[in-house]
Each structure stands twice: as structure tokens, then as C-alpha cells.
Write a protein that binds this ligand. Structure first.
Ligand SMILES: [Zn+2]
Ligand SMILES: [Zn+2]
Length: 158
């Protein structure tokens, strides 16, 4: 999505108001586990001309993303509200701003380190892999003493 900066004057900033579908952006987000939900991404802001080839790009991005819970992998909705401001220098030959590039950047820069389905998510059992929020297992009791350590103890004792 290219914005021709030649239509922007110092007196009159360009109003950015975009509603992007998840499908418009998802293909650029291949290094994230996040998925944009069906409401898409909303971008509201301005492009202000500073100089012949310098513009201030300023916008707020809002979206709902779906991430796997960091503990149990359950799909978890995450509300994004990110503000962005950057000085953009455009090429004199081709004075356009590729807005998608910046939107994708913003999504990456702000990607959450950890998303939890619930503060108290119990996660998956490390031994049998069941979701401990839904079921319980006996692994904890059985593995209280790891059999490998048991063997080691025998060896040390002999
Ligand atoms: Zn979880
Ligand atoms: Zn288990």
C-alpha cells in the first residue's frame, strides 16, 4: 500500500485512516506466532511534511491478535494498542511511503514476550503433555523421584 507523498503539503498533513484485513498483513508476519483476528488492523494517524523529502509518520495501531498461551499453547486473544512515530525520508525519484512496511514493523517491535490465557494457567504436564487446566495426571507423584536419579544413586552406593 503506497502513499504518494507528492500530494502532501507542509500546510496540510495527510490523514491516515486505514482498516486492513488480516489477509492484507498476515503474509508479512511469518516470523511471529501471532495471528491477526478477523476484525483486522485499524490504523489512525498523520503524515506531516517537514521538508522536501522528509515526513513525520505518526499513527496509532489497534488490533486483536491471537497468540498461543506461553504455558499451555491455548489460543489466547491479545489486545494491541501501539503508538508509532518515525521520520521518513523519501526517495526523490519515487516519493512514496509504503505504509504496510511500517505497520508490520510496529507489530514486530511490540510483540509481547509472553501471553498467558490466564494468570493462573497451570500449563502442560512436562511428562505426559496433558493440559493441566483441563485434566490432572499422576505424573507428579510418580516422578517425584526421577527414575534416572534412582539409578545414579544405586551406582554411587556401590
Ligand atoms: Zn494457558
Ligand atoms: Zn502428566
Amino acid at each position: 500500500m503506497l502513499i504518494d507523498t507528492q500530494i502532501i503539503t507542509t500546510e496540510k498533513p495527510y490523514t491516515l485512516s486505514l482498516d486492513l484485513k488480516a489477509s492484507d498483513l498476515q503474509e508479512y508476519l511469518d516470523n511471529t506466532e501471532g495471528i491477526i483476528n478477523e476484525k483486522g488492523v485499524h490504523v489512525q494517524g498523520k503524515i506531516i511534511k517537514e521538508d522536501k523529502d522528509r515526513f513525520v509518520l505518526r499513527f496509532r495501531l489497534t488490533a486483536d491478535m491471537i497468540y498461543p498461551c506461553s504455558r499451555c499453547l491455548e489460543s489466547t486473544s491479545y489486545t494491541c494498542l501501539y503508538d508509532y512515530e518515525e521520520i521518513v525520508k523519501v526517495d526523490e525519484e519515487n516519493p512514496v511511503i509504503d505504509i504496510i512496511e511500517y505497520i508490520v514493523d510496529v507489530l514486530y517491535i511490540n510483540e509481547p514476550m509472553k501471553v498467558l490465557c490466564d494468570e493462573d494457567c497451570k500449563g502442560l504436564c512436562m511428562h505426559c503433555g496433558i493440559n493441566l487446566n483441563e485434566e490432572s495426571c499422576q505424573c507428579d507423584k510418580q516422578n517425584a523421584i526421577d527414575p534416572r536419579f534412582e539409578k545414579l544413586k544405586d551406582l554411587l552406593n556401590n
